[in-house]
Design a protein around this ligand. Structure first.
Ligand code: ARG
Length: 262
């Protein structure tokens, strides 16, 4: 009798525990739904190392901008989802509402500021001329008149090349193609962002064949871009400021560029 009683008791307890647990689980699940982080849809064009690139054979997005936007996402409690698109497709994608932010080493220019919201600047850059090592004739942009220049379509480098008198400008979708065209001597020069040229010369395969000539042309600052009047622009600027204050920005900078210039 005592045994049966205990059996009934323990069965009852087991049922209660399961029920209790179940209830708890359901509550936790409800909470999760309520707090599921919103997705931050990010667009980039990943042939721009060290700002955005994919290691050979990998689909992962690597680079300074990618670390920065992930840190911003964390700060805003948003889930960052990055997608790959053409550089000239980024602003149309923002305007169409297909992405929320473009993180693509995009220089802040008056034209772009008319088309989209641009965040506060996060990196100071500029353009340079890259030629083949055996090219002794081209010493600066002033020697490029009537020459062939390779650029990435839609970039400030493309704008600069278009101003060179008589230049035959070849536009490419990716910077991989831009640098290859130079290597294959399809053009005399490339106009591209200085840190990207430096990275290409240091570890991107250009060490043996290419060099930078002349001074840095036009100082440019990179900003993140968002749809015009996006409510997120303010939040992103605030998150970026917080990352600068809490040292996270410096950590990311150091990872990709070495010691922080203060
Ligand atoms: N800074 C230049 C521009 O804004 C080039 C940016 C290219 N970025 C890239 N992810 N491919 O036009």
């Amino acid at each position: 009798m005592k045994k049966t009683w205990m059996l009934i008791m323990s069965m009852l307890m087991a049922v209660m525990m399961v029920a209790g647990c179940g209830g708890g689980d359901k509550k936790a699940a409800d909470n999760k739904v309520a707090q599921a982080p919103k997705v931050l849809r990010v667009g980039t064009e990943p042939t721009f190392a060290p700002f955005e690139f994919q290691k050979e054979g990998s689909k992962d997005f690597d680079g300074f901008d990618m670390d920065l936007i992930r840190a911003i996402g964390k700060q805003l409690n948003m889930k960052v989802e990055i997608q790959n698109m053409g550089f000239d497709a980024l602003i149309p994608a923002l305007n169409a509402g297909n992405i929320d932010v473009a993180a693509a080493g995009m220089s802040i220019t008056p034209d772009r500021q008319k088309a989209v919201d641009m965040s506060d600047p996060y990196y100071v850059s500029g353009l340079v001329v890259v030629v083949n090592k055996d090219n002794a004739a081209v010493k600066s942009v002033n020697d490029l008149n009537n020459k062939g220049i390779a650029v990435q379509i839609g970039t400030t480098g493309a704008d600069r090349a278009a101003k060179v008198p008589g230049a035959k400008v070849k536009n490419f979708n990716t910077n991989a193609e831009v640098f290859l065209e130079l290597k294959n001597k399809g053009v005399d020069a490339v106009i591209i962002d200085k840190p990207v040229a430096e990275y290409y010369l240091a570890q991107g395969g250009g060490k043996e064949s290419a060099k930078i000539v002349g001074d840095t042309m036009e100082a440019e600052s990179y900003g993140l871009s968002l749809k015009k009047n996006s409510p997120l622009t303010k939040e992103i600027n605030k998150a970026m400021l917080d990352l600068k204050k809490n040292g996270e920005y410096d950590k990311i900078y150091e990872k990709w560029f070495g010691a922080v210039k203060k």
